[in-house]
Design a protein around this ligand. Structure first.
Ligand SMILES: Cc1cc2nc3c(=O)[nH]c(=O)nc-3n(C[C@H](O)[C@H](O)[C@H](O)COP(=O)(O)OP(=O)(O)OC[C@H]3O[C@@H](n4cnc5c(N)ncnc54)[C@H](O)[C@@H]3O)c2cc1C
Length: 440
């Protein structure tokens, strides 16, 4: 689904209940009452739409990128929270039982405990949900546990919110809008069920086995898997997978990792994994033969759609080399004749992944590999410092490199700086592809 369709689709979904409320033929109330109701309606619709921005639906992530979708998920949740927080405090009409003749609750905000308590529950849980999301990394809660709680509390917020709007909502008393809420809620729960139940069930018949775990560089490992079914994975170089090693197919213990192998190299897939936290620090202990599951492919960091680019620039920081290794290998396997430059930044030489293979790629396929070390040993004779403006200008400042495709992967600060510099060099933003490894 193209991004140009995704945004209007999201806006239409978020505005649908409000539009259905506005077209109703009921007397209008004071401005602040209408504003309070409108914010409540939009906020609940946005909360339900969040269930489609999980970064797990390929038709969405392959266009916009999982990192962009997850960022949108986080930011839009904050907007929904602000709207929800304001919603109960803006009403100016009295909160009481309206007189019998006022069947459309025009003179009072129709109060009933039956309608109010689900609203209070949803309101409190939503604040807790967003706080829990913001404190995710600092809380010390294991990621899998956090994800389960996040899904569970989000489902409760949606359920209580819909119950509140159906019981207390002035506009949602209208049967059409009432059914729209029920339908949206059912779709939201369907999305959750698809990710955590249906998709794992579909994976059940597509198990993988670890074939090897080898050191790739300092605190970095190469993990290879082979499929135990016919066909393997249909992916593009540069994409990533949710990898579950050694757990049941329904387990939430799965992490995203870029695929470092070339699709045309055969059914085995390879990952380059750097030690960081609980799971990645235990990678070296994984035994060959361990069962694994892959939810893939995801991501938009591929050269698809850039066949017309006359050259390829790959810019990696640290383990950001992982997807770029896949692109380089695919380029070599398919004998892509386009000039290619790899700028690869690390702190120390020992952190360079597969230096020998990179040398071979340079020799055999003409890839220009430029290593840059920020904390080099005295024996290092290559470039030093960071991948900065001067280096980028030196490599890509000439007019003939302006139409190349630029693929970036690395720490967020590096990506921001490199992107800004490339834009300053006149590279069109449509030619700059990047993927973040953190969803913060
Ligand atoms: C699209 C994408 C591609 C990636 N590719 C690679 C790669 O090729 N090689 C590599 O070494 N790293 C890659 N990462 C980063 C990798 O996913 C994390 O380093 C890893 O999940 C950390 O897990 P942990 O249990 O060791 O660390 P933890 O201490 O549990 O987590 C450290 C941080 O990693 C992130 N993280 C942990 N678990 C998850 C999860 N299930 N989903 C999303 N984020 C999580 C969180 O930000 C967390 O704060 C990629 C990340 C993304 C989003």
């Amino acid at each position: 689904m193209p991004v140009a369709i995704l945004i209007p689709l999201y806006l239409a979904l978020a505005a649908l209940p409000l539009t259905l409320a506005w077209v109703q033929d009921v007397p209008r109330r004071p401005f602040f009452d209408e504003l309070a109701s409108s914010l409540g309606l939009v906020s609940l619709a946005m909360i339900l739409a969040e269930f489609f921005l999980l970064g797990r639906f390929r038709s969405i992530t392959q266009r916009a990128g999982s990192d962009v979708i997850m960022r949108a998920h986080q930011q839009l949740a904050r907007v929904a929270l602000v709207f929800a927080v304001m919603h109960p405090f803006l009403y100016v009409s009295p909160m009481t039982q309206p007189p019998v003749w006022d069947v459309t609750s025009t003179t009072a905000v129709n109060y009933s405990w039956e309608g109010f308590w689900p609203g209070i529950a949803a309101w409190l849980l939503l604040a807790g949900l967003v706080a829990m999301a913001i404190a995710r990394d600092s809380s010390g809660v294991p990621y899998a546990v956090w994800r389960m709680l996040h899904g569970l509390v989000a489902a409760l917020v949606a359920g209580f919110g819909v119950l509140h709007v159906l019981r207390a909502g002035r506009y949602s008393a209208d049967p059409l809008l009432g059914w729209v809420w029920i339908l949206l809620f059912a779709c939201a729960m369907g999305a959750l069920l698809y990710v955590y139940l249906v998709a794992p069930l579909l994976r059940w018949r597509r198990p993988w086995r670890v074939t090897s775990v080898r050191p790739a560089a300092e605190r970095t490992w190469t993990v290879t898997l082979r499929p135990e079914f016919d066909g393997g994975l249909d992916y593009k170089a540069g994409q990533f997978a949710w990898l579950n090693i050694g757990h049941g197919v329904f387990s939430l213990n799965e992490n995203p990792f870029s695929i470092s192998s070339a699709p045309s190299a055969g059914p085995e897939v390879e990952f380059t994994i750097k030690e960081l936290g609980d799971f990645t620090r235990s990678i070296g202990q994984i035994k060959a033969g361990t069962r694994a599951w892959l939810e893939a492919p995801h991501g938009h960091l591929t050269l698809a759609g850039h066949a017309d680019a006359p050259g390829i620039a790959l810019i990696a920081g640290g383990v950001g080399i992982a997807p770029l290794l896949g692109i380089l290998r695919e380029r070599a396997a398919t004998q892509d004749p386009r000039p290619t430059v790899l700028l690869y930044g690390n702190r120390r030489e020992a952190q360079i992944v597969r230096p020998g293979e990179l040398r071979d790629l340079a020799a055999q396929h003409g890839t220009e590999v430029v290593h840059v070390l920020s904390e080099p040993e005295e024996t290092w004779t290559g470039a030093t410092g960071l991948i900065d403006a001067a280096l980028l200008r030196q490599q890509f400042g000439t007019p003939e490199r302006r139409d190349w495709v630029y693929v970036l992967c690395g720490p967020p600060a590096m990506l921001r700086a490199v992107r800004a510099e490339l834009l300053a060099l006149g590279i069109p933003s449509a030619r700059i592809l990047s993927e973040l490894f953190v969803y913060d």
